[in-house]
Design a protein around this ligand. Structure first.
Ligand code: AMP
Ligand code: GLY
Length: 423
């Protein structure tokens, strides 16, 4: 089988490594992939947002199956475009990807179908939003409607910060059109849990839960990033919470999308907060999370390709989806300065990793056969072990084997989870 994976980060590397375990996966192309992915797939220099280029490549190379991983091509209709020329693909169509691409859509969906989430108001004009803030509770959360590279959410601790956020999104168009409409919502507190799920619109199977660490610095300080590390499973996601989520959030969301005529097929990501009033949805993503995927897929015991094809063919209920009873920890190694400005082109040296440890490369390029840094988050080191404590220890032992100038990683990935586990 000839498979094509659209995207080029750590998530895509983890997907490709999992797909390769199936002997049917004879050739895997990555569009565009990256210098590290090149060890596991044939990288093709076509950007993930070049839908025409992707479709033309798929056709010319008789691709049997495609996996579209990032949000942008999904929101742009990449899966629809591939299906139009008869190529089977994993991921939601444009109509369903809107669950991530528009926060207003997802908030209104949750309200209409009684799915628990933070209370909110939608604003299309700046002045009414500013007026509303005069009377709102503080802290308050301001969200740009559209995709904003994970940066369109501001948690304002003061009224002035809240107004400044509204002015920057709606007045100064900091996120372009993505911020021309905004959501202002109630601030919630509680531990966060990420749950990725497979769904074909008929059934939904949650994967092992995980915890992201979004802030750049130890102790959850510093700026928000794409994610500096993850652990799985998430100790806050107890069996009781899982049951509640399935009944009140996961299945109702799948059914709501069906009722709206937007059947979702692919990986539906639930960003949850476990509040004292129960689990609530913070956000939906229409794709695998990154770096969540870098701990979730290493724990998958069943075959990823078989599951993905079953999702596409709407027979998910017929295939096993089983996760190991172990734990995983992923530590992201970034270029010093990220998420601000950082250097590129530094040589990356990776010594042999221990067994049960994998490296997923995100921001790196090959230059004359030498792997060099080419992005903020450079790679993730994931270790799997019987317990969370052992997985964390192994990931930190192995992350020391990665060297490049100004390499930076958080030293407390999983610390909060360990604490929760001990309680
Ligand atoms: P999002 O891009 O929607 O995932 O938001 C980024 C982060 O902002 C989330 O992971 C939460 O930590 C935080 N966040 C978003 N919405 C809220 C909320 N209503 N209350 C508290 N924190 C929030
Ligand atoms: N790690 C969060 C995300 O993928 O959106």
């Amino acid at each position: 089988m000839k498979i094509m994976v659209v995207g080029g980060g750590g998530r895509e590397h983890a997907i490709i490594k999992s797909l390769r375990k199936n002997p049917r996966a004879e050739i895997i192309y990555a569009l565009p992939g990256n210098g590290g992915i090149a060890s596991d797939a044939d990288c093709v220099d076509i950007e993930a947002t070049d839908i025409e280029g992707i479709v033309a490549f798929a056709k010319a190379n008789s691709i049997d199956y495609a996996v579209v991983a990032p949000d942008d091509p999904l929101a742009m209709g990449c899966v629809d475009a591939l299906e139009e020329i008869g190529i089977r693909a994993f991921g939601p169509g444009r109509d369903a990807a809107v669950i991530e691409a528009s926060k207003i859509f997802s908030k209104n969906l949750m309200k209409k179908y009684g799915i628990p989430t933070a209370q909110y108001e939608v604003f299309e004009e700046m002045q009414p939003a500013l007026d509303y803030l005069e009377g709102s509770r503080i802290p308050v959360v301001i969200k740009a409607d559209g995709l904003a590279l994970g940066k369109g959410v501001v948690i304002a601790e003061t009224r002035d910060d809240a107004k400044a956020a509204v002015i920057s999104m709606m007045g100064e168009k900091k996120f372009g059109d993505s911020g021309s409409r905004i959501v202002i919502e109630e601030f919630l507190s509680g531990p966060e849990v990420s749950v990725l799920s497979f769904t074909d619109g008929r059934s939904l199977v949650p994967m092992v839960s995980s915890m992201d660490h979004k802030r750049a610095l130890d102790g959850d300080k510093g700026l928000n990033t794409g994610g500096m590390g993850t652990i799985a499973p998430n100790p806050y996601y107890t069996e009781e919470v899982a049951e509640l989520c399935m009944k009140e959030i996961f299945l109702p969301t799948m059914e709501a999308m069906n009722k709206e005529g937007r059947k979702f097929k692919g990986c539906l990501y639930f960003g949850l907060m476990i509040t004292d009033k129960g689990p609530k949805v913070i956000e939906y993503n229409c794709r695998f999370g990154d770096p969540e995927t870098q701990v979730v897929l290493p724990l998958l015991e069943s075959d990823l390709l078989d599951i993905m094809e079953a999702v596409t063919d709407e027979r998910l209920a017929e295939v096993p989806v089983k996760f190991a009873d172990s734990s995983a920890c992923c530590v992201v190694v970034a270029s010093g300065g990220y998420p601000g400005s950082y250097a590129k082109g530094c040589e990356i040296i990776i010594d042999d990793m221990d067994e049960d440890t994998e490296v997923f490369v995100a921001g790196a390029a090959l230059q004359d056969e030498v792997l060099k840094t080419n992005g903020g988050r450079v790679l993730g080191v994931t270790s799997v072990a019987p317990t969370l404590a052992e997985a964390i220890e192994a990931a930190y032992r192995n992350v020391k084997k990665v060297n490049f100038e100004k390499a930076y990683y958080r030293t407390d990935i999983g610390a909060k989870a360990l604490e929760a586990e001990r309680k």
